[in-house]
Design a protein around this ligand. Structure first.
Ligand SMILES: [Mg+2]
Length: 320
């Protein structure tokens, strides 16, 4: 029978005794049999290996899936989920042995949304925000919202990238995470609904292997200056394109999709999580947290290394 694991990661430095009691009580209420508890980080991160408990003898695959879904639902509903993240997954060779890790860029590898930075630069924040909100509410799709937002950038100085690079704020834990994953031999990619100049910069800075994003087209204006013409060139990187790109990179590197993991915060990151063996919703919108294979809402993205089952000692080794 398949083995599973629940990883408990506290948002604070440690799980206080009272919170630990709550956690124990909750874990015991789930239809699982605990086989082993391992400390990954003293007082803060625990790996609880378990097997599913079936109510009858017909442990068909469907039945296993039902129990899995039930546990996942209970975890989402758990009242202490805002203090301790619980990541529930299969405990198999793919859990630790990831070969490909794909990241979203905006609000994932960097804290900002690049289009908002450009909009602020151009003084069109309010208009851009309105479109972003409409997209988030599902009133318009990503392609349409990108097209409308890009249109607002028409006439803006097309050489702003150097300035914007200086403004990018990398997410806490980025460097440790990518360094450790590289040490494990993973291929790394950033797939962004933002823009390629900055995605390439993030790729270079973090030592990633691939970067794909959108291209803003430029024109020469009447004063002879290079400005954005309000359109993109080439394929739009949206949710479906991100999923296609994961498949493309995996094929190119001869990596099984089961050994891939996708990390992102937005709805358009769900398709790439869907084609990958595993996915992490990183400080994501509630809907994304609900639909993703797992959620992580701590303040350090390198906590993802615990999701792969690594201890602090192993992480230290990887970072040497
Ligand atoms: Mg994002």
């Amino acid at each position: 029978m398949s083995q599973y694991v629940i990883t408990a990661i506290a948002h604070a430095d440690k799980i206080e005794p009272a919170a630990f009691m709550e956690l124990t009580r909750f874990i015991e209420s789930l239809p699982i049999k605990i086989n082993n508890i391992k400390t990954l980080s003293e007082d803060r991160v625990f790996d609880i290996s378990c097997s599913l408990v079936f109510s009858d003898n017909e442990s068909t695959q469907e039945h296993e899936y039902d129990i899995f879904a039930k546990i996942k639902e209970a975890i989402l509903e758990w009242e202490n989920g805002d203090k301790i993240d619980l990541i529930f997954q299969k405990q198999d060779e793919y859990r630790q042995d990831k070969r490909l890790v794909i990241f979203d860029m905006d609000s994932t590898l960097i804290y900002q949304e690049v289009i908002e930075l450009i909009a602020a630069y151009a003084g069109v924040e309010d208009e851009v925000e309105k479109i972003t909100t409409a997209a988030m509410n599902g009133e318009i799709d990503f392609k349409e919202s990108l097209a409308r937002r890009v249109k607002l950038l028409k006439g803006i100085d097309g050489t702003i990238w150097e300035d914007l690079k200086k403004k990018l704020q990398f997410t806490k834990g980025d460097f440790e995470l990518t360094k450790a994953l590289k040490a494990k031999g993973c291929k790394l990619a950033v797939l962004s609904g933002g823009f390629i100049e900055l995605a390439n910069f993030v790729k270079e800075t973090l030592g990633l292997d691939y970067a794909y994003a959108n291209n803003l087209n430029t024109e020469i204006n009447s004063e002879g200056k290079k400005v954005f013409n309000g359109e993109t060139i080439g394929d739009i990187v949206d949710g479906n394109k991100k999923a296609e790109l994961v498949q493309f990179i995996a094929d190119k590197e001869s990596i099984e999709l089961r050994a891939a993991m996708a990390v992102g915060d937005g709805s358009n990151d769900l398709p790439m999580m869907g084609v990958s063996g595993f996915g992490v919703a990183w400080n994501a919108k509630p809907r994304v947290q609900r639909l993703a294979p797992s959620k992580l809402n701590t303040d350090k993205i390198s906590d993802i290394l615990y999701i792969l089952g690594h201890t602090d000692e192993e992480i230290k080794e990887l970072l040497k």
